[in-house]
Write a protein that binds this ligand. Structure first.
Ligand code: FEO
Length: 174
């Protein structure tokens, strides 16, 4: 059983995950338009993953007898100066999300809500990976600078990223 405060915070997280999805879809469309198809692909996969994160939270609210209440999704940026700029924004945003997940965990501790603490552990690990990946691409892009061949090779590399169902949803489908 979720406390009212926990249910509201989880619903706010559903909205935050859909906002993240919308942000990355916007980045994907921007880079598609800039003819960086690999970068666009990377952000498209990111968009899919964020929708999965929202779904994991919605499934959890439902499984605990709570009610999912969907709210409007705020507008997102629609263009970025460079690929580096997009990854810097990605890292900045993922740090915000890490803070939100930590806040949820703090509420779960205060509520002695062990089920929600257990569910959130996957997200705590996921956020480490999300921030590390963005940081790695920022480092790579700083080394590449304006080198056209370097950007071409990175675009090729990111074209290979494929979507995989995250563990909490994959387990659900068993
Ligand atoms: Fe849903 Fe990128 O964290």
């Amino acid at each position: 059983m979720l406390s009212k405060r926990m249910e509201e915070a989880l619903n706010a997280q559903v909205n935050a995950e859909f906002w993240s999805a919308y942000l990355y879809l916007s980045m994907s469309m921007h880079f598609e338009n800039e003819s960086y198809k690999g970068i666009a692909n990377w952000f498209k996969v990111q968009f899919q993953e964020e929708q999965d994160h929202a779904t994991i939270f919605m499934n959890y609210i439902n499984s605990m007898g709570g009610k999912v209440t969907l709210r409007p999704i705020d507008a997102v940026e629609t263009s970025w100066n460079s690929i580096l700029h997009a990854y810097e924004e990605t890292l900045r945003h993922e740090k915000v999300v890490t803070g939100l997940i930590n806040d949820l965990y703090s509420i779960a501790i205060e509520d002695k809500d062990y089920a929600t603490q257990s569910m959130l552990k996957w997200f705590i690990d996921e956020q480490i990976e999300e921030e590390e990946t963005a940081r790695d691409y920022i480092d790579a892009l700083k080394k590449i600078g304006d080198n056209g061949y370097g950007l071409y090779m990175l675009d090729k590399e990111l074209a290979a990223r494929t979507y995989t169902t995250p563990a909490p949803l994959a387990n659900n489908n068993e």
